[in-house]
Write a protein that binds this ligand. Sequence first.
Ligand code: 9MR
Length: 354
Amino acid sequence: MNIPTGSPAGHQRADEQSQGGLRAHAPDRLRIGAAVAGYGRTATTMPLLTAARYRQVLAAEFSSLTPENQTKWEWLQPAPGEFDFAAADAIVDFAAEHGQHVRGHTLLWHNQNPGWITGGDHSPEELRRLLRTHIQTVVGRYAGRIQHWDVVNEILDDDGRLRTEQNPWLGALGPEIIADAFTWAHDADPDALLFGNDFDVERHGAKSDAWYALLRDLRSQGVPVHGFGVQGHLDMSAPFPEDLPQNLKRFADLGLRTAITELDVRGPVTGEGGLSEEHLDQQADWYARITRIALDVPGCESLTPWGVLDEQSWVPGWFPGTGGALLLHGDYQPKPAYHAVREALAAGGQRPTA
Ligand code: 9MR
């Protein structure tokens, strides 16, 4: 990270930086990721393409990248049969250049489908054909370059039922489409690791229990599903998910990999728009605990904060009055949470591989 060195703190942090970013402190078994920002629907809005410092930080700190929006349906196929790969290509090329993995996100979701899908008058057969073509085209294009896919995202509600009313694919095609989506993705890239992914599944509960049953059943049917992603959008006004280790472990016991795919830890923002000292400390503690869990639970292969800079996070727009959820301030200054993750990695990385 290119930290200004005009102050003693700046000097100290610049020294830290010369010792390597987060990725340098993580053991091989755990990738440290970040969601790569991009808004609107064109590559020109991506800081990856417009900000040299953003590129530097991304390369120095992280060993895995997830396109925050750029591999979603509405970006990749904005018009029927017209694929636009510019933004996704930029991320995938950057990752290859910097020795990073990519987590593709996502192929079957209720959100960010293009209007021509959600507002179209397609028969179930036509929708099925469209989904199959999309998955084959996209996963095939990035075979060997996108190593993980969140094939299905947020397909269950809080009670563990399939979201058939919100999800146009599940609504028209029924639960069987889940196995088909995994199979089509696997056929397009047999080496890609294929995940189910959701929020509010950090703890044991109706939703994570239903995911457990679903993935167990898919595996017993021989469906190519390889992992479960726990998003990790945490709110400091709620309790810490104490049973996250046990919850992850039961998925590992099914033979699945796990990942923390979209970590952010939000709190109430002060008048200046950041967190109070107290919340910065609590946030650092939560990030460190999650990092230790990711290091300790066998089969947990990556930990990905959902963005790099607080100012680029989705959180303030969705939860007004809250924010400050990521590791760096908007001026690229590391927050206490950054240092806490780094220390947890440095300590945990010395433990033997489980
Ligand atoms: O961070 C993403 C934001 O820029 C988009 O506007 C939003 C639209 O749905 O999606 C956000 O990312 C979501 C992710 O794809 C799935 N899990 C929840 C994330 C935060 O909403």
